[in-house]
Design a binder for this molecule. Structure first.
Ligand code: NDP
Length: 452
């Protein structure tokens, strides 16, 4: 059968665009549909605008610090509207780059929604039907608000970047990546932030020492972090404000409420049932290690598959798919030892096993340094950095590395190379320190901490 194209990609985010470009590079005739803006969550309402806001917040703290370093600085005020105008321009620039790069690779982009009607056919919002030898689902995810709280005016991370003005105070619900990053950056931009997390400590799944250090730093920066606290009721007030009651019985009022309570795969109404594609109970597209669904012509990559919800992982999955299906190579995306960073202030970087995960597998030796970094200590900051290595005492292999420090995201990328190569503690020890830095602690930790 002659198809209109070799590949139709639904979703113009990180994973979809990479797959489309690589497939086109292998000679495939590729078409793509994106219903909103090219670039997807990462570029338009995720990693990129978030990181720019982290930079903005960092400048505020930097101005205060500069004063203590001897600079005569006039009182500074953050102008959200000026920032947002520049942010909008930057995102439009990046969206243009995404679009141009895809088109320059030969990808035909339809700027409208597409759904599947059978294993080889998609239908665009304007009614056009396009047949494809292969279809790639790369529709990402969307923020979820817990049932009963999805009231008009309640925000998710999607809404934050579109605000005309910052609220003066805000409640953030959740204790994951997004909740912690937003709490830190918004507090840094002058918003009075309260954060509720329903469990005993934020960042569940991360190493316990990392969690503790991030939580302590957030408290020092002024975030009112309340753990073992959850919303019981939410009542809209005039002016878009909300009254809340929580599990501790307290009633409070907030100018704004933001839920960062996880993300769900974007599969609703996509026609996947019509195509016969099997979904997991949470709506994620089920795929094998080649990103192939139960329908041989249909593949899926990125957050919609709910494997590891990170942009670089989606990119690897998209690339591996295109090489496998169109490049004549059998390539699987490697999901082992994926490093990540939480852009709190200071940042947290992590790769490999947490201490708790390693202990489940056998004995471990833990090396940990906790200290006030030179730059902050000079101005009296109590915020502590933390470096930690989790080591297998039998093989000496470093199983995990966890860092809380300014620029921990940059550091963990390099530590990830070492761990991916199978570095031992002895390899770290024989590496000469770079002095004076924070990262030098990673190669200076001589004695394991005593078992507790
Ligand atoms: P996460 O899954 O990381 O965190 C969700 C948080 O919400 C958890 O603390 C969870 O608690 C809590 N929660 C879930 N449901 C409820 C509920 N009904 N009531 C109260 N609290 C609830 O999701 P995020 O939205 O923060 O981020 C989604 C994903 O996006 C991340 O997993 C990450 O992969 C990716 N991301 C990566 C970033 C980066 O690389 N820097 C930045 C931002 C996002 P509990 O722990 O108890 O389940």
């Amino acid at each position: 059968m002659a198809f209109d194209c070799d590949l139709f990609v639904i979703g113009g985010g990180s994973g979809g665009v990479r797959a489309a470009r690589i497939a086109a590079g292998h000679g495939a005739r590729v078409q793509m549909a994106e219903e909103y803006r090219m670039g997807g969550t990462c570029v338009i309402r995720g990693c990129v605008p978030k990181k720019l806001m982290v930079f903005a917040a960092g400048h505020g703290a930097g101005i205060e610090e500069a004063r203590k370093y001897g600079w005569d600085v006039a009182p500074a005020r953050f102008d959200w509207r000026a920032f947002r105008a520049r942010l909008d321009t930057e995102l439009t620039r990046l969206e243009g780059i995404y679009t141009r790069n895809a088109e320059a690779s030969g990808v035909v982009i339809h700027h409208q929604r597409a759904i599947m009607t059978d294993p080889h056919t998609v239908r665009l919002a304007d009614g056009t039907e396009i047949s494809a030898r292969h279809v790639l689902i790369a529709t990402g995810g969307r923020p979820v608000v817990p049932e009963g709280f999805d009231l008009p005016g309640v925000m998710t991370s999607n809404d934050l970047f579109l605000l005309d003005d910052l609220p003066s105070n805000m409640l953030i619900v959740g204790g994951g990546f997004i909740a912690c990053e937003f709490a830190g950056l918004l507090q840094g931009l002058g918003v009075d932030v309260t954060q509720f997390y329903r469990g005993a400590q934020i960042l569940r799944g991360f190493d316990d020492d990392l969690r503790h250090h991030v939580a302590a730093a957030m408290g020092i920066q002024g975030v009112d972090l309340q753990v073992d606290a959850d919303l019981v009721s939410l009542e809209p007030l005039d002016g878009g404000h909300f009254a809340t009651t929580d599990t501790r019985g307290a009633r409070r009022e907030f100018d704004a409420v933001l839920f960062a309570t996880g993300r769900a795969p974007n599969t609703t109404g996509l026609g996947l049932e019509a195509a016969g594609v099997t979904l997991a109970p949470n709506g994620a597209v089920k795929v094998d290690a080649w990103s192939q669904t139960n329908v041989p012509s249909v593949y899926a990559v990125g957050d919609v598959t709910d494997r590891i919800q990170l942009t670089p992982v989606a990119i690897r999955e998209g690339h591996a798919f295109a090489d496998t299906v169109f490049g004549g190579q059998r390539v699987q995306a490697d999901h082992a030892m994926v490093a990540s960073a939480v852009f709190t202030r200071p940042e947290a970087g992590t790769v490999g096993l947490t201490e708790a995960e390693a202990r489940e597998k056998g004995p471990v030796a833990v090396y940990r340094a906790s200290f006030r970094p030179m730059q902050g200590a000079f101005v009296g900051s109590e915020v502590k950095a933390m470096m930690k290595l989790v080591v297998d005492p039998q093989t000496d292999r470093v199983l995990g590395c966890h860092i809380v420090a300014p620029a921990a995201g940059e550091m963990i990328q390099l530590a990830a190379v070492a761990l991916k190569m199978g570095a031992t503690k002895a390899d770290f020890d024989r590496t000469v320190a770079v002095h004076p830095t924070m990262a030098e602690e990673l190669v200076l930790m001589r004695e394991p901490v005593a078992d507790t």
